[in-house]
Design a protein around this ligand. Structure first.
Ligand code: MG
Length: 233
């Protein structure tokens, strides 16, 4: 008997690939249009600095906003801006990045689906490694708890973000909560290893062989039918 569900966000509730492609290009171009730094510091240099920072501070590897902010700031100092201007342009570029980050098209079935699950008395948690803020997306009201696992320094596949959700929701045992997510490595495997059933949204059509209690779906809209089927078993 399922008592609760934990949900991934990116590529589970919306297609995140076009979103991130836009974010990456456009906030950098936005800054370049204002201060003309990209000739000296092309996008690849910004990406290289973020990767290096994530290696140097492995606990913060999942805190993507922090990685961008710190990399931008030191890069703008190296570009020759004083501390105050570097801080100003970093802050406004991050603001622009977050604005673009939230230009997502939530699948139209999602709000109704979450509402129906709540009406059935199920506990609902969101666990994300990304920096999408579901308050900003208007979905927060559907959840009992929202765990930004990257910012909490325990990004999936770390088991602690799943355990925190189960504890908060008061779930008696992991097999009574289903995790729903698209990533084989960050969603399916860790939840499965904890003993949670999993609805795997195979958004990239990877078609791994699913172990027992891992259910492959093409789209999150298929979740209610899966839950009804499991209920009947
Ligand atoms: Mg995802």
């Amino acid at each position: 008997m399922i008592e609760a569900l934990t949900f991934d966000l990116d590529d589970t509730f919306w297609d995140n690939r076009p979103v991130m492609a836009r974010v990456e290009q456009r906030h950098y171009e936005w800054l370049d249009a204002r201060i003309g730094h990209a000739g000296d510091f092309p996008l690849e240099e910004y990406q290289r600095r973020r990767a290096e920072l994530a290696r140097r501070y492995p606990l913060r590897r999942g805190d993507f906003t922090w990685l961008r902010r710190e990399s931008l700031y030191t890069m703008l100092l190296d570009f020759g801006l004083g501390a105050e201007r570097a801080r100003h342009w970093t802050d406004s570029t991050i603001e622009e990045m977050l604005r673009l980050r939230h230009e997502v098209e939530i699948y139209h079935e999602v709000p109704g689906l979450l509402e129906a699950l709540r009406e059935q008395g199920l506990g609902l948690a969101a666990i994300t490694n990304g920096n999408a803020d579901i308050h900003r997306l208007g979905l927060a009201e559907h959840f009992d708890i929202i765990i930004p696992a990257g910012e909490w320094l325990a990004p999936k596949p770390d088991a602690r973000c799943f355990l925190a959700a189960l504890a908060y929701l008061g779930v008696g045992a992991p097999h009574r909560a289903m995790h729903v997510g698209d990533s084989w490595r960050e969603d399916v495997l860790p939840a499965h290893h904890l003993g949670m059933p999993v609805a795997w949204i195979d958004a990239r059509n990877e078609r791994h062989d699913c172990p027992p209690h891992v259910h492959r779906l093409d789209h999150v809209r298929e979740l209610p039918a899966l839950l009804a089927r499991l209920d009947r078993q």
